[in-house]
Design a protein around this ligand. Structure first.
Ligand code: NDP
Length: 263
């Protein structure tokens, strides 16, 4: 199937690692031009080097904290100058989860978590909306978590914030129709930067990477028996964000190895 992404302009927030980097790579492979951002300049530079090495790749990489309005607006201006004034796809992917129960979540933690999840969507959407309006196939894909529908007590703040993001994106899918499609993906556990960091911080340093991830998958009762790979999440992002999904808006697609329990 032709996704229709050739020569399209895609922006991926948090494109310097994990799922965002995998999405950038696949978008370039489909012939899109890709702009990425992240906060850490070294990680961003490494990602840019990797992406620009792909055949025919046209990549813009700019340091930007998606929670900083001025940063996001600067990023949008740079993208406008580089792309010729339009964007076809905005992938709101930047972020991370917070492991804490109600008992261990302070007021400050609650505020930070709600701010991260909401403003990492709203600030880029506000900054890129006028560029998306110049596309004939505009789409936004929000990278969200299955916790939005299936909360877990050990990630209480993240789950509550994820549910609000789902509500926000659903509202936008109506407000922005028919011109901009808005969809989301709901992730289970995907083997990327944040899980690598948790592996590195494991209590038993003798436990190998393979054994640690296999135990994690077992303990989470994932029917497919393993964590997802970043490319597996990225493929869903590409589909929902591409002209091939032209009649899909306000939808969410689970990429969880079957871990959800609702029907
Ligand atoms: P990674 O840690 O590998 O990648 C996160 C990316 O987001 C990095 O490029 C990071 O770069 C960037 N980022 C984080 N915060 C900001 C910020 N404020 N401004 C700009 N960039 C930022 O994690 P994943 O690939 O796993 O995560 C991608 C998304 O998927 C996240 O939103 C995450 O919460 C979500 N998710 C992931 C799950 C999983 O199991 N992997 C499960 C559920 C949801 P830098 O730190 O340099 O800014």
């Amino acid at each position: 199937m032709d996704l229709g992404l050739e020569n399209r302009i895609a922006v991926v927030t948090g494109g310097s690692s994990g799922i965002g980097l995998a999405a950038a790579r696949l978008l370039l492979n489909e012939g899109a031009r890709v702009a990425i951002c992240g906060r850490d300049p070294n990680r961003l530079e490494a990602a840019k080097r990797e992406l620009t090495a792909l055949p025919g790749a046209d990549v813009l990489a700019q340091r930007c904290d998606v929670l900083d309005r001025a940063d996001v607006e600067r990023f949008a201006h740079a993208v406008a100058a580089w792309s010729g004034g339009k964007v076809d796809l905005l992938v709101n992917n930047a972020g991370q989860g917070r492991v804490s129960t109600f008992a261990t979540t302070s007021d400050k933690d609650w505020r930070q978590e709600l701010e991260l999840k909401i403003f990492s969507q709203t600030l880029p959407i506000q900054a890129f909306k006028s560029l998306l309006e110049r596309s004939d196939a505009a789409a936004i894909v929000g990278v969200n978590s299955l916790l939005a529908l299936q909360p877990e007590p050990h990630m209480v703040a993240t789950a509550a914030a994820r549910a609000s993001v789902q509500s926000l994106l659903k509202s936008l899918s109506v407000e922005f129709a028919p011109h901009i499609r808005v969809n989301s993906i709901l992730l289970g556990l995907v083997e990327s930067g944040q899980w690598q960091r948790r592996f590195e911080a494991r209590a038993d340093k003798a436990e190998t990477r393979g054994a640690w991830f296999a135990n994690l998958a077992r303990s989470k009762h994932i029917p497919l028996g393993r964590l997802g790979q970043p490319e597996e999440a990225a493929r869903a992002i590409l589909f929902l964000g591409s002209p091939a999904a032209s009649y899909i808006t306000g939808a969410s697609l689970e990429i969880s190895g079957g871990v959800s329990r609702h029907i």
